[in-house]
Design a protein around this ligand. Structure first.
Ligand code: GAR
Length: 205
């Protein structure tokens, strides 16, 4: 079975849904480690309660050199068996851009969730960006990570209608519900080897 490592920075609600789906035997994968770049991430406690090991690798001191920091992450991932040949790395609200070296080493084995319909509204405050732009629909996207920000091959998306009275908070809440559905689903598809990557495209069987 594949080993799963999850990277978080905060609340960890996506991580929680993923770990609960695994516990309910809906996903054939071993959740071996949750890593946070913030020592006060709420998700750390949730992971521990669900019986998953956690490690903190503070990123404060590594603002300049992304790969120096990522080497520390890779060391921990490898220690727990999340290797490029037998691992999957999920970014779940991990608010750091990862280095091209890390992406290359774990080619098509790092997945991210973003709260917008990519390629629209990458980056921070994606929900507010969609409202401010006047979009009628937004949603969320699960994609492979490549060396740019929020640009890798798209795996699954879910759509959410934007209401005229929506604020960043209300829209984020409805998008998050969809995130909790599609992220575990993508991990299941990956674990069952049902996702093929062909250039920019993914094919789901
Ligand atoms: C989620 O909405 C996720 O899509 C977003 O951060 C939130 C984390 O929530 N990620 C990004 O914006 C990445 N660009 P969570 O910690 O409760 O899963």
């Amino acid at each position: 079975m594949l080993n799963l490592g999850i990277l978080i920075s905060g609340r960890g609600s996506n991580m929680e849904y993923i770990l609960k789906s695994i516990k309910q035997k809906k996903i054939p994968i071993n959740p071996v480690i949750v890593i946070s770049n913030k020592s006060d991430a709420k998700g750390l406690e949730i992971a521990q309660k669900l019986g998953v090991k956690t490690e903190i690798i503070e990123s404060n001191d590594f603002k300049g050199n992304k790969f120096e920091y990522d080497k520390k992450i890779i060391r921990v991932l490898e220690k727990y068996g999340v290797t490029p040949s037998n691992g999957l790395v999920c970014l779940a609200g991990f608010m750091r851009i990862i280095s091209p070296e890390f992406v290359k080493k774990y080619k098509n084995r790092i997945i991210n969730i973003h709260p917008a319909l990519l390629p629209s509204f990458p980056g921070l405050h994606a929900q507010k960006q969609a409202i401010d732009y006047g979009s009628k629909y937004s949603g969320c996207t699960v994609h492979f990570v490549d060396s740019e920000v929020d640009t890798g091959p798209i795996i699954l998306q879910a759509i959410v209608k934007i209401k005229k009275e929506d604020t960043e908070k209300t829209l984020s809440k409805r998008i998050l519900k969809k995130e909790h559905q599609i992220y575990p689903e993508v991990i299941r598809l990956f674990a069952e080897k049902k996702i093929e990557v062909l250039g920019r495209k993914t094919i789901i069987s």
